[in-house]
Design a protein around this ligand. Structure first.
Ligand SMILES: [Zn+2]
Length: 218
């Protein structure tokens, strides 16, 4: 089984993705994390991505994205199901998944979209911190109380991603809304779109995803 999970920043798609990965024993394919990992590599590609995402704070160009995507995909056995998080998020990336793409060669069974109003996204993200070692997501005011604290899960230092400041969040949400719409429309036409309201609690969202997936395959 191959699943795609999409949603604006702060929709909780990462949390839900990890749950689905465990439940269905899928390979977790999160482009943000994959790119951040490549950015740490001491190679021309790694340096280019580091400059783009960590220094300039912008998205990588299409060619670079494509290179990293297919390199990573090629490392995963064809027998293993994949959970794609945050990809495809625009029409260009949708091309990787469309029709009978030979390069893709994997059938997508469901596309989950977690919807969340913009004000909720901003509210949630401005409170989001992560730890340096394991990228544990920590909510200010809930998991942690102040910036100087260490990660309560692994004890490493915490920081707020450059991407999670209000100005950047607004920009990213604007890009998401504009670019992801054709992707969502495409999968809706294919009859495999599962739309979820991201406002309820993590547990409730999880349950509605599982219910809707079940319905899709009954
Ligand atoms: Zn941690």
């Amino acid at each position: 089984m191959n699943i795609i999970i999409l949603g604006p920043q702060g929709s909780g798609k990462g949390t839900q993705a990890k749950m689905l990965k465990e439940k269905f024993d899928l390979e977790y394919f999160e482009m943000g994390k994959i790119l951040r990992d490549v950015a740490k590599e001491d190679s021309p590609l790694g340096k280019l991505i580091h400059e783009t995402i960590n220094i300039k704070g912008v998205l990588v160009d299409n060619d670079t994205f494509r290179e990293v995507f297919f390199k990573k995909l090629g490392e995963i056995s064809k027998e293993k199901g994949i959970l794609f998080e945050g990809v495809p998020r625009n029409e260009y990336q949708l091309g990787f998944f469309k029709g009978e793409s030979i390069e893709m060669d994997r059938k997508i069974d469901a596309v989950i979209v977690i919807n969340l109003p913009e004000e909720d996204s901003i509210e949630r993200l401005s409170k989001r911190w992560v730890c340096k070692e394991n990228e544990h997501v920590l909510i200010m005011g809930k998991d942690i109380r102040k910036e100087s604290e260490k990660c309560p899960i692994c004890g490493s230092e915490i920081f707020q991603r450059v991407d999670d400041t209000p100005k950047r969040i607004k920009t990213r949400l604007g890009i998401y809304n504009k670019d992801t719409k054709p992707v969502i429309d495409y999968f809706r036409q294919k009859g495999i779109l599962v739309e979820i309201d991201g406002r309820p609690s993590i547990g409730e969202v999880r349950q509605s995803i599982l219910n809707k997936l079940k319905k899709l395959y009954e």
